[in-house]
Design a protein around this ligand. Structure first.
Ligand SMILES: O=C[C@H](O)[C@H](O)COP(=O)(O)O
Ligand SMILES: C=C(OP(=O)(O)O)C(=O)O
Ligand SMILES: [Mn+2]
Length: 454
């Protein structure tokens, strides 16, 4: 049996408010840049609106179906990648490392859970960043803050920090190239898996991970090898990013002529960030209207009644796989804050996918001004999330991590620098500190153990 053969998930958009509409343009939109030239921005938007979609509705629906299986406790989700992806050749060069580490993490988790792992990258679109403050001081100079490569440049220079709308075109082109690279990697991996499959001797274990997200690869709990080659012909992982920059995202909404639904085809899974999840804000209004599965980050200040309102707005028909809640409370708060939110959501009759982001509630700044995270906090918040979920008899659906896919030194602790002094060796992130390969696998093993225990 395969997930592909499972009953199809009902169209996500049945009963959703219609598109196209510009309603969200009249609503407050937090964290948007002030483009200096409205005409230039308009020309970029015209070009983007005519450009080919980056993802396909059928693939987006397949992800919704996979997430429905996660929600039902039949699979686990690993979502990971850069905090802020770089544009251009640098972005492209990072794809192989990301694909490799996500695959290894998924395999590790599957071995612990005995379940398939749905693998989603923070990739091919994670180019815009919300920030805590509009300005920062670098070497005594006050500068507008870096807002992601799609908006401005990270270099500490006044001119470089001016928002440039043509960056949206470069972002689109980079996302396209990254997706193409993911397809090529998936094809290569498919061929080698098929030949390995043909040569393998009796009793040899098949891999359990499902790189392509279709969950049709070799799944312990789902019977025999099924159409391995067919299953590996897509991207190798699903894509996701924070749908932050509405001037870009709204240009990539397309109507699916088969179903009449409107999809945001800049990605498979768009999410709303902690800083833009206002119930009456533009981001919620926008994503409430698209047929993709959607996610929302929720921080420690989330009130149960606000979360229930968000669930009602984003998933009024309570469709399996439609809504993912990504919790990011910090190791010190997860055990206090999460139980009431889980209870409120359950009592309101919603059944979202619950995912733990043990990174964003645990960011600290060193005395020298470097942003970092401690592995001990990352592992502790993950453990707290599992404890709370198991106690509430809810499936802990997945983890959401920032990983580099290389030997960076951005987070302190096991598998990386022991102290702050070691951070400078290979601190390369454009925004938040990411796990290196050792730390990412450590986090995956930790999850595997927690799953096996639970
Ligand atoms: O993830 C990226 C966010 O932009 C980040 O966590 C906020 O970072 P800041 O506090 O440095 O602005
Ligand atoms: C900004 C981010 O997260 P959050 O919205 O949870 O702060 C992020 O995921 O990079
Ligand atoms: Mn981040």
């Amino acid at each position: 049996m395969t997930f592909a053969a499972s009953p199809p998930v009902a169209p996500q958009s049945a009963g959703l408010p219609p598109l196209p509409t510009t309603e969200w343009r009249n609503l407050p939109a937090a964290q948007q840049p002030a483009w200096p030239d409205a005409d230039a921005t308009g020309r970029v938007q015209d070009a983007l609106s005519l450009a080919p979609a980056l993802t396909a509705p059928a693939d987006v629906r397949r992800l919704a179906s996979a997430l429905a299986h996660v929600g039902a406790g039949r699979a686990f989700l690993v979502q990971a990648g850069d905090c802020a992806e770089p544009l251009g050749s640098q972005g492209l060069a990072a794809v192989g490392g990301k694909h490799r580490i996500l695959g290894e993490m998924a395999e590790t988790v599957s071995q612990g859970s005995g379940r398939p792992t749905v693998t989603i990258g923070r990739i091919a679109g994670q180019y815009a960043k919300p920030r805590s403050r509009p300005e920062e001081t670098v070497d005594g100079r006050v500068l507008p803050v870096y807002r992601g490569d799609m908006v401005n440049c990270h270099l500490p220079d006044e001119a470089a920090r001016v928002p440039d709308p043509t960056r949206m075109l470069t972002a689109y082109a980079t996302a396209r190239a990254v997706l193409n690279e993911l397809h090529l990697i998936a094809h290569r991996t498919a061929s080698s898996l098929v030949s390995w499959e043909q040569q393998r001797g009796p009793g040899q274990q098949l891999p359990t991970r499902s790189w392509d997200g279709s969950l049709r690869s070799v799944l312990k709990n789902y019977g025999q090898t099924v159409e391995v080659a067919g299953a590996w012909t897509r991207t190798g992982m699903w894509t996701s990013h924070e749908a932050l920059l509405l001037d870009y995202e709204q240009c990539l909404v397309r109507r699916d002529s088969h179903t009449g639904e409107h999809y945001l085809l800049s990605t498979h899974l768009p999410w709303i960030g902690e800083r833009t999840r206002q119930i009456d804000g533009a981001h919620v209004s926008f994503l409430a209207r698209v047929a993709n599965p959607v996610a929302v980050k929720i921080g420690p200040s989330t009130r149960p009644e606000d979360l229930v309102a968000l669930c009602a707005r984003l998933d009024p028909h309570r469709r399996p796989g439609r809504l993912t809640l990504i919790t990011r409370f910090g190791a010190g708060q997860v055990r206090d804050v999460l139980p009431r939110l889980v209870e409120a959501v359950r009592s309101a009759g919603h059944d979202p996918v619950w995912v733990c982001d043990p990174m964003h509630g645990n960011t600290v700044t060193t005395a020298g001004g470097i942003k970092t995270r401690r592995m001990s906090d990352v592992l502790d918040e993950t453990a707290g999330f599992f404890e709370v979920m198991f106690r509430a008899e809810q499936w802990p659906g997945g983890v959401h991590l920032e990983v580099a896919g290389g030997p960076v030194t951005e987070c302190i602790g096991d598998g990386g620098p022991r102290t702050e002094e070691g951070l400078g060796r290979a601190y390369q992130t454009l925004c938040d500190p990411r796990l290196n390969d050792n730390q990412a696998l450590l986090a995956a093993r930790h999850v595997a153990e927690l799953l096996a225990k639970g």
